[in-house]
Structures are given as C-alpha cells and as structure tokens.
Design a protein. Structure first.
Length: 227
C-alpha cells in the first residue's frame, strides 16, 4: 500500500489521508492490472462501470469515425483518471482506450461510491465529492474543445490550442505528436503541418520537435489583429 500513497496527491483523492487510503481502497474493492503496449483496456461501443487511474506508463484514447479511422483524442500518464464520466451512466464508451506503453492501471467500481451504510468509510464521501468536481472540470474542457472546433480557420484553432497549453516566449513541450494534434484540431495531419510551417516562416511561432514557443513580437501582432 505504501506504493500507492501518492494517490492522495491526486485531485480525485484530495482530502483523503494516508491512514484512510487502505480502508477506502478496500471498500471500493479496488484492484490493479498490468497491460502490455498496444493491449486493449476499453473498447468503443461497450459500457463501463469502472473508474480507472493510471499507476504506471502511458495510455491513449482514440475515437473511431464512421469510416473506421481511429482519431486520437488524448494521451494519459501516471495519475490521470478515465472512466469517471462514463461509469455513472448507461452510455456505451465513444472511445477505445489502449496501452501506449507497458502500464499498470488501478480500477474500482463507481457503484461502490453510491452505497451508504455502516460499512462506508468517511473518505468515500470525500472521493465522491471529488469525482463530481473532476466531471465538472471535464465538462468545461469539452466546452473549450467545441469552441475550438467552431473556429473556421485552422490557424485560429491552432492558436486556441497553443494558448490552452500555456505557450509563451519560453518553450512548451506538447504531450501529443502531430497525428494526435491534428485529430484534436479536426484536420488532416498534412494540413496541420502546412499551417505550422507557414506560421513558423512568418515568424509567429518557434518549433523544435514537440516544443513550441511564441516568436519575439508575435503577441504584438496578435493585438494588432494581423492574423
């Protein structure tokens, strides 16, 4: 259990003490499983009643479109949570989740949080309150994504995305590759590469691998409305 004490530093477990954690995980009937790189964790079209926490490694979520192509949605690393939105309803998962690297995942039943009675530890209520908060935060993240996709120009979508990532004159390393970034922006990878090249050539941004930064003076151009 000592290996899992870092869980109390996650937003989902905020307010749960080290002393309460073992009892809470026992009440939740929590377990863990190892996955090899490429192994399926959750398949689109199926329901899940479990909440998952990445303990080690990285996983990725993809959404299949009507043509059967897999559009990358997000990548998750140690400490990230998924299934928190889906597990509370009866809607099949719209995404497929698989291990990007060898990883280990903690899981527990959402329904256990809703049970009441003498056997429920006080920390379960704390966890439930945190769960509501994380679901609310994901709603606003989704709202931002909708606003981004409503932008007609790809360049505007790129700017919105980069500012959300905290881009400044210092470099920011993105947690997704070009393929994933194109899927997030709703465009072809080739179109994204062309637009990024134009922006770099015009002196708006600096790009080195997965690191992005604003070029000197580009904020002035933004305020003057030159793009």
């Amino acid at each position: 259990m000592e290996q899992l004490e870092w869980l109390i530093n996650l937003p989902l477990f905020l307010g749960v003490s080290r002393q309460e954690l073992p009892q809470l995980l026992g009440f939740l009937q929590a377990g863990s499983r190892n996955y090899q790189a490429g192994e399926l964790i959750l398949l689109a079209g199926f329901e899940t009643k479990q909440i998952f926490v990445v303990l080690e490694g990285q996983i990725e979520a993809e959404r299949p479109n009507w043509r059967g192509d897999a559009l990358p949605i997000t990548k998750m690393k140690k400490g990230d949570v998924f299934g928190d939105v889906l597990s509370g309803g009866h809607t099949p998962s719209p995404v497929t989740v698989r291990a990007q690297t060898d990883c280990r995942v903690l899981f527990f039943q959402h329904q256990r949080l809703l049970q009441s009675g003498e056997g429920q530890p006080a920390a379960a209520r704390t966890l439930l309150q945190n769960l509501v908060r994380t679901v609310s935060e994901k709603y606003f993240q989704l709202s931002f994504r909708v606003d981004l996709l409503l932008c007609r120009r790809l360049r505007d979508r790129i700017w919105m995305f980069l500012y959300q990532q905290g881009i400044g004159e210092g470099p920011v390393k993105l947690q997704m590759d070009r393929r994933a970034m194109a899927g997030w922006l709703g465009c072809e990878r080739s179109a994204l590469s062309r637009e990024l090249s134009r922006m770099k050539k015009e002196g708006l941004i600096k790009i080195q691998g997965d690191c992005f930064a604003l070029a000197e003076g580009s904020l002035k151009n933004v305020s003057n409305g030159t793009w």
